[in-house]
Design a protein around this ligand. Structure first.
Ligand code: ZN
Length: 335
């Protein structure tokens, strides 16, 4: 499963226009749209989702308020797709170009009443069952806890190994950053992280695995209205998907979607219009907001089995249906 954070239809279309290319996932045969709403209360009215509520909807099948990471209204953990998959014997992993405490990776690997409670998210990830976590951040204050829970901490790309020690077979890798233009030991790019993650899963969980891979900075660059940087991150995300296709063996299904749209981005008519929209600070006037919008986002689906769940024949599905779809594909029975 690939999530382009903040990646609306026009982020994709403008990137294809600007670079005069077809992205790796837009040719998937099946495409539907996803309603990204989070849960609302009577007094807060209707606001666009944040990444925490959106990740929770896709990872657990439950809509929660913004800021909430995979817990219910009473603060109790909601079982996530990675936990359910692990229970059924799958390998599970989360890869992101964000901090691995970020709201999207956290939704698939942790539980917390607040997305900003980093310590709770880290502890929840360590005490949980996820086999692989790759992204940026620093977990050096949690070494002892990780040793107790069988987690190996890695901070350099070259230190990643497909053969893990028996007493610490789970890997958490925290880099200085994850950037498209880089491929250094401290700051790898999403293609490199995806390459390691797929190879690690193919070797250690040859029967079956679930991976969520996030292109996080499509959102961050859109908050700043930096269209060129945003498109560079869409390319890195697309390249990661293309690379993944060459590495997986046996039957597989790819779901490529977004958690919400960011920036109310307008569809450009020409490359010149994109170039002319950029001011001296590199901000583009094609953006009409610096926040998330309520626009539906696309979901692209490809499976070697060719089977398509009937829900994907609908024009619009709910973000919670993404969880239902994952359960269906992984043959997970939900009570
Ligand atoms: Zn955002």
């Amino acid at each position: 499963m690939f999530i382009g954070d903040g990646m609306g239809e026009n982020h994709i279309a403008n990137t294809e226009l600007y670079y005069d290319i077809k992205l790796s996932f837009t040719s998937f045969e099946t495409k539907t749209m996803v309603d990204t709403s989070s849960r609302t209360t009577l007094n807060n009215g209707y606001t666009p989702t944040d990444s925490a509520a959106a990740a929770t909807a896709m990872a657990t099948g439950t809509r929660v308020l913004n800021d909430v990471v995979a817990v219910d209204a009473w603060g109790e953990p909601l079982p996530s797709i990675t936990e359910l998959a692990k229970n059924d014997g799958y390998g599970t992993g989360v890869v992101t170009s964000d901090l691995i405490t970020g709201a999207t990776p956290a939704g698939f690997s942790a539980h917390s009443k607040k997305r900003t409670n980093d310590a709770a998210i880290v502890m929840s990830q360590i005490d949980g069952t996820i086999d692989l976590l790759l992204g940026s951040g620093s977990y050096s204050g949690y070494i002892e806890r990780m040793n107790e829970k069988g987690v190996t901490l890695v901070t350099k790309y070259s230190e990643l190994s497909y053969d893990m020690p028996k007493n610490a077979p789970r890997i958490f890798a925290t880099f200085t950053d994850v950037e498209p233009s880089n491929n250094t030991d401290d700051t790898p790019n999403l293609v490199q992280l995806t390459t390691f993650a797929i190879n690690f899963m193919e070797k250690n969980f040859p029967n079956a695995y679930f991976l969520m891979i996030e292109g996080a900075k499509i959102d961050k660059k859109s908050h700043s209205n930096l269209i060129l940087d945003m498109m560079e991150n869409v390319i890195d995300f697309s390249n990661a998907i293309e690379k993944a296709k060459t590495l997986v063996t046996g039957d597989y299904t790819f779901i490529v979607t977004a958690d919400h749209e960011t920036g109310a981005l307008e569809l450009a008519e020409s490359v010149e219009q994109i170039d002319n929209s950029i001011d001296s600070e590199n901000k583009s006037s094609l953006y009409h907001s610096t926040n998330h919008s309520t626009a539906n986002v696309p979901l692209y689906y490809y499976s070697t089995k060719g089977d398509v769940h009937s829900m994907l024949n609908n024009d619009v599905i709910l973000n919670t249906n993404v969880f239902d779809l994952c359960c269906y594909l992984l043959e997970i029975e939900v009570a």
